[in-house]
Design a protein around this ligand. Structure first.
Ligand SMILES: Cc1ncc(COP(=O)(O)O)c(C=O)c1O
Length: 367
């Protein structure tokens, strides 16, 4: 079986874990600070505030931006559910702007049709590792005073217009087990704004700067020293990790060139992708539909995944929620029927890539 993801622990991790264990300090401390410097460096921002996971980092970013009940936040309808849940957790309403069919990211034109006087923040998602069109999104926002929270959970090191994701507004990252950089569970918020960074650090630590002196009602959003130790060596070799994924993606695209009805992923001009996922569309010109493609791949020993099987609003629990605007987004719904992600992780061999491409091509050809 060629797995869709492989998690391997970097050689440097054991020494860092030993350092943490012998220090006797497991909760947030100097290792988390080292981790934060590397995350800030990855984004080119003044600050990175590490937290316990990527959902919490979205909630903390929304709170730090002053979003709460009565506000409306626009996000992508084609995302992991955490983007939606974080907005609801903040007490705000969720509205969706449909995706661009080529990049799967929020379409700036769709955003222009959904933005109103009630919009309080915009949350683009850099899906599958490709940077959303941040320059155009910022143009649509124009001189409205709206915070932008980038859900960069899947896009460590991706760029839009030569600028790193997470540096346009508040950036939110996940370091969940299967992400390009993983700490098992983990997250971080990035920002250039000193005041926002200070608020994030307060919120993360029960609202206190000094022990038992509470300045705001906060929470425990802290990351542990052990999580940080696992992530540091990966952040140090992030460029190498992403380059390997990029090479694998190029080989997959070349190998799938003759597969009928298969649309391989494209990177927008001016953007980069760090290839968290390599996601094809199985269109009606293929001999099999997406679900049969998934079945055939699994039978042949090729791991794959459907990210995501439905638009984010297309569940009873959200359709019945008065805080969720379920106005249809046809491109997200079409993508949900057509996408399948193939293995692109750094541990694929040339033979693995050949097998993935041959299997997809055979299935799509009906042979
Ligand atoms: C787009 C997106 N947003 C948010 C999250 C939430 O991150 P976490 O699982 O670390 O809470 C994820 C993680 O899977 C994600 O893919």
């Amino acid at each position: 079986m060629i797995p869709i993801t492989v998690v391997k622990i970097d050689p440097g991790v054991e020494a860092l874990i030993a350092e943490v264990l012998s220090s006797g300090r497991l909760a947030q401390g100097p290792m988390v600070e080292r981790f934060e410097s590397l995350v800030a460096e990855m984004c080119g921002t003044r600050h990175a505030v590490a937290v316990s996971n990527g959902t919490v980092s979205l909630v903390a970013a929304l709170q730090a931006a002053g979003i709460g009940p009565g506000d409306q936040v626009i996000t992508s309808p084609f995302t992991f559910v955490a983007s939606v849940n974080a907005i609801l957790e903040s007490g705000a309403e969720v509205r969706f702007a449909d995706i661009d069919p080529v990049t799967f990211n929020m379409s700036p034109d769709a955003l222009a049709t959904r933005i109103t006087d009630r919009t309080a923040a915009v949350m683009p998602v850099h899906l599958y590792g490709q940077a959303a069109d941040m320059q155009s999104i910022m143009d649509v926002i124009g001189d409205r005073d709206l915070p932008v929270i980038e859900d960069a959970a899947q896009a460590h090191g991706a760029e839009s217009g030569g600028r790193r994701v997470g540096s346009f507004g508040l950036g939110s990252f996940s370091f969940y087990a299967t992400k390009n950089v993983s700490t098992g569970e983990g997250g971080a918020v990035t920002t250039d704004d000193d005041v926002i960074a200070d608020r994030l650090r307060l919120l993360r630590n029960q609202g206190m700067r000094e022990r038992y002196v509470y300045e705001v009602a906060g929470h425990n959003y802290r990351m542990t020293e052990l999580q940080a130790a696992v992530g540091i060596p990966q952040l140090e070799r992030l460029e190498e990790i992403n380059a390997t994924r990029r090479r694998n993606a190029a080989a997959l695209t070349e190998g799938l060139a003759s597969a009928p009805g298969i649309v391989t992923p494209a990177v927008r001009e001016g953007a980069t992708s760090v290839w968290h996922q390599y996601t094809i569309r199985v269109t009606s010109d293929s001999a099999v539909d997406r679900d049969a493609m998934v079945e055939g791949l699994e039978k042949a020993g090729v791991g794959c995944g459907v990210y995501y099987p439905r638009a984010a609003y297309d569940y009873d629990c959200y359709r019945s929620n008065p805080l969720v605007d379920a106005e249809p987004c046809p491109e997200a719904e079409r993508a949900a029927h057509e996408v399948v992600s193939l293995p692109v992780h750094p541990y694929l061999s040339d033979n693995d890539i050949e097998k993935v491409c041959a299997t997809v091509t055979e299935l799509a050809s009906g042979s």
